[in-house]
Each structure stands twice: as structure tokens, then as C-alpha cells.
Design a protein. Structure first.
Length: 143
């Protein structure tokens, strides 16, 4: 029996009454800037995560002008994903793994959420991370 294949990682930015403007960020207006989203993995059963996951792209349900979600995976610290104009609501970004990315079942993951906006307040206030999998291709029939 083949194991499912990890195809993407989803980040949900969640509103909360305890956050300014209900969030989902911690800035006065409820915004955040996700400067970098990165994932490392290691061999199954290991504690180390020395291998970087390559992304094919990213999609979000909402993007602030000039702060699209692709800015979170472009390795440029001055870019990032933000949601001004859409604060106080839940938003989601999906980071799609490159087709050749192979993460064996049981691999440990280390996820980095880097938030470097210059004022120091544009951080995520409440969020959830999940993985998206698809069924493994069927194994060839034995003759």
C-alpha cells in the first residue's frame, strides 16, 4: 500500500477578538506581513531537518496590493504577504511543493514563519498550519 504524497502546506491567518481590529495580525490595523515562509525536512525518524523544500508557487484568497503571497517564498526580505483591506477576516495561503519535492512519510518538518516588517508589529496573531496530501499513484500490477 503506497503512502499519500505531500503536495502543499496551507497557512490560515485567523481573526480573533483579542487582536487589534480582530486581526489576523498584531499591528494596530490588524494586518501582518509574512516576509518568508520556508520548510525544512529530514529523513524519517530523524530529529534533524537539513533539507529545504522547494516550492512551485503560492496562492492566497486575498492579497494586499504590492504584498502578494509569492513574496513570502521569493527569498527577498523586503517582500511578503499582507492583507490590508481585508483585516478582521480569515485568510488562507497555500504553498505548493515543487513536483520533484519528495518528502518521505514520517519525515520531520521544521516550518519557518519569518516576519521582518520594519515596525516590528506586523506579525501574525493567530494562525493554523496544515498539510495537503493526495493519494499515492497505484502500484503497478504484478504479473
Amino acid at each position: 500500500c503506497a503512502l499519500p504524497i505531500l503536495t502543499a502546506i496551507k497557512l490560515e491567518a485567523l481573526p480573533d477578538p483579542s487582536l487589534p481590529a480582530q486581526g489576523p495580525g498584531r499591528s494596530g490595523g490588524g494586518n501582518f506581513v509574512l516576509s518568508r515562509f520556508a520548510v525544512l525536512f529530514g529523513p524519517p525518524g530523524a530529529n534533524e531537518t537539513p533539507n529545504a523544500v522547494a516550492f512551485a508557487g503560492a496562492k492566497a484568497d486575498y492579497e494586499q496590493t504590492n504584498y502578494g503571497v509569492a513574496g513570502a517564498i521569493d527569498e527577498k526580505p523586503e517582500t511578503g504577504w499582507a492583507v490590508a483591506g481585508g483585516t478582521g477576516k480569515e485568510h488562507a495561503a497555500t504553498f505548493e511543493l515543487a513536483k520533484d519535492a519528495k518528502l518521505p512519510a514520517g519525515s520531520p518538518l521544521a516550518i519557518t514563519i519569518d516576519q521582518q516588517y520594519e515596525d516590528g508589529t506586523h506579525a501574525l496573531g493567530k494562525f493554523r498550519i496544515s498539510v495537503i496530501q493526495e493519494a499515492a499513484p497505484p502500484e503497478p500490477a504484478k504479473k
